[in-house]
Design a protein around this ligand. Sequence first.
Ligand SMILES: [Zn+2]
Length: 150
Amino acid sequence: MPFCPKCGKEVSPEASYCASCGASLRVEKVRYDGLYVSGPQDVIPSDYGSCYHYLRFYEDGTVLAASVVLTEGPNQVIRWFDKSNPNISKGQYSIQGNTIRFSTTSPQGDVVDYAGQIINDRLKLHWRSRIIRRGFDSRGFEDYTFVKVS
Ligand SMILES: [Zn+2]
């Protein structure tokens, strides 16, 4: 028998809601046919202007993350989202119910932990950097929207 990811009580395999706590038992998925984008975010130092945060997910459990300070759109940005790109942050994601978790490691070795909810084509993610740099927040919240890229 499966268990509710929220309260841990046993639930029937056919149930779409937990009878104990009401949590949705539908298993959410991320999409692989484009990018999730959040932004623009203000960057410190401010001479860099604003940047967009992008995430790309793969069926094998890989997630790639990059912050893009340019005005290029998803159709240009997706070219850099390649697992063999040495300049991109990488990690492995896991999904339980509608909760997604992953940690990405940048080429410089900086680790950022993400956790949040999948709501249709959006990701509401809290993140926490394990390295604190002056002028940068070490944690935050981002709302990602899926953009299909052909
Ligand atoms: Zn429950």
